[in-house]
Design a protein around this ligand. Sequence first.
Ligand code: SAM
Length: 200
Amino acid sequence: MTDDHARVREFFAARAADWDSRFPDDGPAYRAAVAELRLRPGARVLDAGCGTGRALPALRDVVGPSGTVLGVDLTPAMLEAAVRAGRQSHGRLLLADVTRLPVRARTLDAVFGAGLIAHLPDPAENLRELARVVRPEGLLALFHPIGRAALAARQGRQITPDDLRAEDNLRPLLAGSGWRMTSYVDEDARFLALAVRQRP
Ligand SMILES: C[S@@+](CC[C@H](N)C(=O)[O-])C[C@H]1O[C@@H](n2cnc3c(N)ncnc32)[C@H](O)[C@@H]1O
C-alpha cells in the first residue's frame, strides 16, 4: 500500500461510523445524479470510491435485478459501515483500489464517482484506469452533493484557479484520459460532470 492509500484509509476510517448521519439529506441529490446517467435495465455500473454505499440503492433501482452494481472502496471501515447500512443488498462491495481495478477492460457501461476525484493520487492516470474498464461510448459521472464553492466554505478555504474540478481544468484532464466531457454543473446544490468514453 502506498503512502497515499494509507492517508486515504486513515482519513476515512475516522469518519466512517458517522458518515451517513453527517449528511442525512443527500439522498435525492444522489438519485438525481444517477438518473442523469440514463442507465438501462441490465446495465453494468461501478461506484468508484463507494464509501458507505450511499449511491448503491439508486444505481440498483435504475439497472434493475438483471443489472450489475459494483461498489469499490479502499477503506475497510467505509465498507463495514456500508454493510451495517444494508447496502450490500443493492450491489456487490469490493475492497479494492480504483487506480488498479480488478475488472476486465471495456466490461462496464458506466462509472459513478462521488467525492472521489480530489482523493486520487494521479488524476490523469487514474481517470485513464476508469476509462479502461468502460466500453466505448460508456459514461462517467463525477458528482458531489454540494458545489465547489459551498464545499470550500464548509472546509474553511477558498477555491483556487488550479482546482482540479474547475471546468477549464477538468475538461482537458478528462480529454487526456480517454473521456469527452459532455456536461458540467457547479452550483451550491451540486457538482456534476458527465463524460463519454472516447473510442480508442
Ligand atoms: C468523500 S468519500 C465519498 C464516499 C461515497 N462515494 C459518498 O459519496 O458518500 C471518498 C471515498 O473514496 C474512497 N477512495 C479514495 N481513494 C480511493 C481509491 N484509490 N480506491 C478506492 N477508493 C478510494 C475513500 O475510501 C472514501 O470512501
